[in-house]
Design a protein around this ligand. Structure first.
Ligand SMILES: NC(=O)c1ccc[n+]([C@@H]2O[C@H](COP(=O)([O-])OP(=O)(O)OC[C@H]3O[C@@H](n4cnc5c(N)ncnc54)[C@H](O)[C@@H]3O)[C@@H](O)[C@H]2O)c1
Ligand SMILES: O=c1ccn([C@@H]2O[C@H](COP(=O)(O)OP(=O)(O)O[C@H]3O[C@H](CO)[C@@H](O)[C@H](O)[C@H]3O)[C@@H](O)[C@H]2O)c(=O)[nH]1
Length: 440
């Protein structure tokens, strides 16, 4: 099939590359000249395991190419995937300017039937707005061309994006257009594995399904974080509790890791956008979700508060090694990363911070800019010498089993603040560490 993917970010590039990998012809369109030029030369601007190989393989096979030309992009694909950003607007609602710009470009240039597939995360009713934007452009040039607008939200996780796209738990498709349904079924047939993963519904339900999934996952995290804070005060261990409740299949073990709060490009903005949609479009307050957001806001401050409780409110003259900057492991994404709140809290109280991340050094420097008091180390161990404590905020694999003797020798005193519960408290205390974790 001939497919155009609009937007070459985490979702667009992964979708385009994976769709090409199963034999489709894919043209990726982005308005960012620099990104497109780089991609043509095989430079991948995001860190995503396995993506580079797939992109290179499919460029070489002639199935994957890139353009900044909207007309070429619209003429290319029978399917037009919209995978542009929907960042939070000032009031927390999803900013649809990029989605609607993409829709207008399709309306301006289409000459034949098109299936427009919305993969961006968008509020209920956006499909209607995309339809209206395309229709308006067609009317402007007096063109009568049929098209369908389908909702097909994406559920991939950064850091495992290729695997998630290739082996999806489900493929949610929202439309009542029979021709579009046939095309979408054919498109996703190679990704069904051993059972039918295709979940067909109306467009509004598909749009809301995406928010429901992220809201549910964010709720689990805020719930376990709050319970962790309680466990700590009551002298219980949240990891034992996670194992104790996870064995119930109705609860499960996944996504119940306590930590220093959820971040990333999705949960914070999608929770906010859903609260806003409910309030503005349905006159409803979502009480549970409002509490989820509030609890997460609090959780990002739990580890800094422990550091202040240990070293005092004023941290001038103190130095901290910070391991992890990305919002989670296996990504370079800094959007809403808990590290941002940590750096702000430490440097704001006068401390020096020496930070290291295996993948997010460049993106962090771009996100934070120049900040007096903050410097970066070339590797994890190089961040430690002379620091009052090691602070961990991202669960990178390379932090899981470090040389504890070398850490103790490099730090001023063996003190660790672990926002991801990476280590066994008894083991660390046995090795002479003062170990502060979350809920243990
Ligand atoms: N990042 C994730 O893990 C993830 C997962 C599932 C869903 N989503 C959703 O998918 C959407 C995209 O997210 P992302 O993280 O890939 O975004 P991103 O910011 O990484 O990429 C968006 C890309 O779109 C391009 N763009 C903007 N306007 C354009 C236009 N009019 N025409 C062509 N290109 C344009 C930008 O230059 C950028 O390269 C969002 O709605 C997001 O909520 C993201
Ligand atoms: O038990 C857990 C699991 C995750 N997190 C944190 O939650 C955030 C989000 O993690 P994750 O969901 O793995 O990353 P994302 O790439 O943001 O993926 C989420 O957001 C995407 C965008 O909508 C969806 O497609 C995915 O299904 C959804 O998992 C990160 O800060 C994690 O550290 C925890 O604190 N505890």
């Amino acid at each position: 099939m001939k497919i155009t993917v609009i937007g070459t970010g985490y979702v667009g590039l992964v979708s385009g590359a994976c769709l090409a990998d199963v034999g489709n012809d894919v043209l990726c369109f982005d308005t960012d000249e620099g990104k497109v030029q780089g991609l043509r030369n095989g430079h991948i601007h995001i860190f995503e395991p396995g993506l580079k190989e797939i992109v290179e393989r499919n460029i070489q096979a002639g199935r994957l190419s890139f353009t900044t030309d909207a007309k070429e992009a619209t003429e290319f694909g029978l399917l037009q995937f919209i995978a542009v950003g929907t960042p939070p607007g000032e009031d927390g609602s999803a900013d649809l300017q990029y989605v609607l710009a993409a829709a207008r470009a399709i309306g301006q240039h289409m000459t034949d039937y098109r299936v427009v597939v919305d993969k961006s995360t968008v509020p209920v009713g956006t499909g209607d707005k995309v339809t209206a934007a395309i229709a308006q452009e067609l009317a402007r040039r007096d063109a009568k061309i049929d098209f369908a607008v389908v909702s097909n939200p994406e559920f991939l996780k950064e850091g495992a994006a290729v695997e998630d796209f290739m082996r999806p738990d489900r493929v949610v498709v929202g439309t009542d257009d029979d021709h579009a349904i046939t095309i979408m079924r054919e498109l996703y047939a190679p990704f069904q594995r051993n059972r039918d993963r295709f979940v067909l519904m109306d467009r509004r339900s598909a749009e809301l399904t995406k928010y429901a999934a992220n809201a549910m996952l964010a709720t689990r995290i805020s719930f376990i974080n709050e319970l962790a804070n309680l466990a700590e005060r009551l002298g219980a261990d949240i990891e034992s509790i996670r194992k104790g409740i996870g064995s119930d299949p109705r609860i499960g073990y996944d996504f119940l890791y306590a930590g220093c709060g959820y971040g990333g490009s999705c949960f914070p903005k999608d929770v906010q956008a859903l609260l806003k949609t409910a309030r503005d479009d349905a006159g409803m307050d979502l009480h549970v979700l409002a509490a989820v957001e509030q609890a997460n806001h609090h959780q990002k401050r739990v580890l800094p508060a422990k550091i202040r409780a240990r070293f005092g409110e004023q941290l001038a003259g103190r130095k901290f090694a910070l391991w992890g900057l990305a919002f989670k492991s296996n990504t370079d994404d800094m959007r809403e990363a808990p590290s941002l709140a940590m750096v702000e809290a430490l440097v704001g109280a006068g401390a020096q911070v020496v930070a290291y991340d295996p993948a997010a050094m460049e993106t962090a420097q771009r996100a934070i800019g120049v900040k007096p008091g903050l410097t970066y180390a070339d590797n994890a161990m190089a961040a430690l010498p002379g620091a009052d404590a090691l602070v961990i905020v991202t669960e990178w694999k390379e932090f899981r089993s470090p040389d504890f003797d070398a850490i103790a020798a490099a730090l001023k005193a063996p003190v660790i603040f672990d926002g991801r519960n990476l280590y066994d408290p008894a083991l660390l205390r046995g090795r002479g560490f003062e170990y502060h974790a979350i809920g243990r």
